[in-house]
Ligand binder design. Structure first.
Ligand SMILES: [Zn+2]
Length: 267
């Protein structure tokens, strides 16, 4: 792709959330990225989006409007009609060129160990995309260890533990990642020294920047800067890991190719 990606935020949302009472606008996302030197952001709907399909379309439009700066990640409840779930995730991947799918343990009330939890993992496995799982607040469903069985069942599937346990369960996320090589740690809301600990124990290849909220963008970037990491380690955790895991280079080209599809989906 034409644009050189260096710093990537692996976790951000667009739109409204009736579960957590939040709202994030496109203007906030772009402004915070510019302020903090974020080259690209992976955007997903909130679990409390009033209409996840519409938000997926909005995200696809944003990807088209800012080529190479935004990449979509699908987030829709796996409860209920399985075919409808699969069709929407497949549409996001094949038509809108999204780069992953979310399993929201608390926002969608999904226990990763259940049949509905497995729908997310099996769908992603089939479509060849990674799964991001919310960990932290919302136990027991949000316990990082609950992702170990899926990571073992689908060894070729990359699973990103969003929030890496959210500080209070970070040790659990570290243990889970130490057991399964296909578990990755996205560190929004974590303690800076814990991020250093995860990098030193799990490795620089499996830890990545995420912000989750526009206010967090400068905060999360500051944590990594404060760690004074070796330049090659810093480059990995700040961007190249996300680029590799979410296959952003090739997807960036796809996003531009999807221009027509996204505008059709909107109309
Ligand atoms: Zn989030």
């Amino acid at each position: 792709m034409a644009r050189t990606l260096k710093v990537v935020d692996a976790h951000a949302h667009l739109g409204e959330c009736c579960v957590f009472g939040l709202l994030t606008t496109e203007e906030q996302l772009v402004r915070r990225m510019d302020e903090s030197g974020i080259d690209a952001t992976i955007i997903q709907p909130f679990p409390g989006a009033t209409n996840a399909e519409e938000t997926h379309n909005r995200i696809a439009e944003l990807c088209v409007k800012y080529p190479g700066r935004f990449f979509g990640l699908a987030s829709v409840s796996p409860h209920g009609d399985y075919d409808a779930y699969y069709r929407e995730v497949e549409r996001c991947v094949r038509d809108l060129h999204f780069v992953g799918v979310k399993l929201h343990t608390i926002g969608h009330s999904v226990n990763p160990l259940t049949e509905d939890g497995d729908r997310v993992f099996s769908t992603a496995h089939e479509l060849g995309i990674p799964v991001m799982v919310h960990t932290g607040p919302g136990v027991p469903f949000a316990l990082p260890s609950l992702c170990i069985p899926a990571a073992q069942k689908y060894p070729g599937l990359n699973i990103i533990l969003a929030h890496a346990g959210f500080a209070v369960f970070t040790a659990g996320a570290q243990v889970a990642a130490s057991v399964c090589k296909n578990l990755f740690l996205e560190t929004s809301w974590c303690i800076a020294d814990d991020i250093r600990w995860m990098i030193s124990t799990i490795g620089a290849d499996r830890v990545m920047l995420g912000t989750d909220s526009p206010t967090n963008v400068p905060v999360e970037v500051a944590k990594y800067r404060a760690l004074e990491l070796e330049p090659e380690v810093y480059d990995k955790v700040m961007g190249s890991n996300a680029i590799e895991i979410f296959k952003l280079s090739s997807r960036g080209e796809n996003v531009r190719a999807a221009r027509g599809t996204a505008s059709e989906a909107r109309s």
